[in-house]
Design a protein around this ligand. Structure first.
Ligand SMILES: C[S@@+](CC[C@H](N)C(=O)[O-])C[C@H]1O[C@@H](n2cnc3c(N)ncnc32)[C@H](O)[C@@H]1O
Length: 269
């Protein structure tokens, strides 16, 4: 918890607005949530914090396994969906809070497990997010997260969007750096024991590459913002759309886009 002025407040305001349309995409992150909860070895009765919970897919999966789950996110519109998801799943053992991965609103040593699925990677200062996630863990607690490797599709898509967008504020770390095991190990540093890694593939059904692109333009903030910014430039728009489909094509077969992710688990020292 920090009370100093946040140099990345504007970036976070943009993130909050950018992710508000994400709910339809959670259909595809739902199976990954089951993988992450199993990988994190979440047990009945454990207290679990899901950072960047979105519509709550990981927190709800953890709560269904008997955990006392808290979902935290910057974006209130997604937390409304998470609350509704918890109601539908008839779960009383969940709570939902608006907040920032870089300033977690919890006391020290509060949780058995901190998880994040494609969430904490958007915090601009990895060292601040890691310190916060470690601070709220009990001694011997564990952290587990899913991230996008830079050399696979989503990592390359982030580079494509970054290359065609205004630069981020100085000092903001690119999210796909969290997909490199060496960088993850360095960032967890001496706050955690050596991390254990695994991998998986998120499958995204699509009837054609254009169906996939249109979905991404509507529901995945960074892609949506890129397209909106070019709405009045037909040639640039056509080039961006063609570039996106060229990038996605090698990952599209059997009517599925295949997005490889990295899983990391580590025990707090
Ligand atoms: C790609 S979505 C993932 C959502 C969810 N974990 C899932 O797998 O479906 C990224 C989420 O991170 C949240 N987010 C971005 N920056 C954040 C920050 N600094 N602190 C907390 N949440 C953040 C966004 O609001 C969004 O809900």
């Amino acid at each position: 918890m920090s009370s100093t002025i946040d140099p990345f407040a504007d970036l976070k305001t943009r993130q909050r607005e950018m992710w508000a349309s994400f709910a339809p995409t959670a259909t595809f992150t739902t199976p990954v949530a089951a993988h992450l909860v199993e990988f994190a070895e979440i047990k009945h009765g454990e207290t679990v914090l899901d950072v960047g919970t979105g519509t709550g897919v990981v927190a709800i999966t953890a709560a269904r396994a008997g955990a006392l789950a808290t979902g935290l996110d910057l974006t209130p519109a997604l937390l409304d969906v998470a609350r509704e998801n918890a109601r539908i799943a008839k779960l009383a053992n969940t709570q939902w809070l608006e907040g920032d991965a870089e300033s977690l609103p919890f006391p020290d040593g509060h949780f058995d497990v901190v998880v994040s699925q494609f969430g904490h990677i958007f915090a601009p200062r990895p060292e601040v997010a890691v310190a916060e996630m470690r601070r709220v863990l009990k001694p011997g607690g564990r952290i587990a997260f899913a991230t996008w490797p830079p050399e696979h599709f989503v990592g390359r898509l982030f580079s494509f969007v970054a290359k065609n967008s205004p630069p981020p504020p100085p000092g903001a770390a690119p999210p796909p750096q969290w997909g490199s095991p060496d960088i993850v190990a360095e960032r967890l540093g001496d706050k955690f024991e050596a991390p254990f890694f695994s991998r998986g593939v998120m499958q995204f059904p699509a009837l054609s590459l254009s169906h996939y692109r249109e979905f991404m333009e509507r529901s995945v903030g960074p892609m949506q913002k890129l397209i909106e910014a070019s709405a009045n430039e037909p040639e640039r728009l056509a080039a961006l759309r063609a570039g996106f489909e060229t990038l996605a094509a090698p990952y599209y077969f059997g009517n599925m886009i295949r997005q490889e992710y990295l899983l990391t688990r580590a025990k707090a020292r």
